[in-house]
Design a protein around this ligand. Structure first.
Ligand SMILES: [Zn+2]
Length: 266
């Protein structure tokens, strides 16, 4: 392992997290307005920067986060992706007291803990019939857990959709009250079916979340060990990445799937 010539923020042996946002230009209008997550030239780890599915990688020190000692490597990993995007989604929900979470996987299991700490009420929506996911949500402090095609017992102030299912957007609009927000937390989503204007009217709104800013990361990585957020992980050796992805698609992972390399499986 080596440090670059100007790398002074960390020393060899420090444990750092390398998130999705790997580089921004610092000069475009988004970067200058505190929206570096939308930077026109942004580079992303494992996508436009090598790394992610790797044992060794090169990372820009300015975009890495220190990780609290209270987390083991595998438990810290989901904080970098599911945790950060979940946290940004939660901030988009504003100060909503009654919060719906659609899709109770890696991101939701972290967001639920942060939301509970902030004294919000969590209403968890899972794939119809997925009783295991419902129980998981209740174990993490949700006040109610039901099928995604059900309406909650109370109108919600906001809902975050983590499942990549466009049909959940009109469902969530029906679940939120006047002025309610529906936040789409995923990168991809199937097409959103058309819906009557009446379920958007009364100042309900829909927004999406893209990437993260370093500020989100600093806030969340300070907050997580304080709560403390506990991550539930299922680990797979790097060679079994495809199996991990298949299980994830099939909804068979409880919490987050984490790939481990030989150097951190010990
Ligand atoms: Zn930029």
């Amino acid at each position: 392992m080596e440090l670059g010539d100007d790398a002074v923020r960390f020393k060899i042996g420090d444990r750092v997290g390398v998130p999705w946002l790997g580089w921004t230009c610092g000069a475009c209008s988004y970067c200058r307005n505190g929206q570096e997550n939308l930077c026109d030239l942004a580079k992303f780890t494992g996508y436009t920067i090598d790394g992610g599915y790797a044992e060794y990688t090169v990372a820009d020190q300015r975009f890495c986060f220190p990780i609290a000692n209270s987390y083991g490597d595998t438990n810290a990993a989901p904080l970098m992706c599911a945790g950060l995007i979940g946290y940004r989604s939660l901030t988009k929900a504003g100060d909503a007291k009654r919060l719906g979470l659609y899709g109770f996987g890696a991101a939701a299991h972290i967001v639920a803990q942060v939301a509970k700490y902030q004294q919000r009420e969590i209403y968890a929506f899972t794939r119809p019939g997925d009783d295991e996911a419902k129980q998981f949500a209740l174990d993490l402090g949700a006040v109610w857990a039901g099928d995604s095609n059900e309406l909650p017992p109370q109108q919600l102030d906001a809902a975050i959709i983590f499942a990549p299912v466009g049909a959940l957007v009109p469902q969530a609009l029906k679940a939120v009250g006047k002025g309610g927000k529906v936040v789409c937390g995923g990168i991809h989503m199937s097409d959103i079916p058309s819906f009557p204007y009446s379920i958007l009217w009364e100042e309900r709104s829909i927004c999406s979340v893209a990437n993260l800013t370093r500020r989100d990361g600093e806030e969340f990585m300070t907050l997580a060990p304080k709560i403390p957020v506990r991550t539930e992980v299922e680990t797979f050796p790097l060679e079994e990445a495809n199996e991990a992805l298949n299980r994830l698609r099939a909804g068979k992972i409880r919490g987050a799937a984490v790939l481990v390399t030989e150097s951190n499986s010990a």
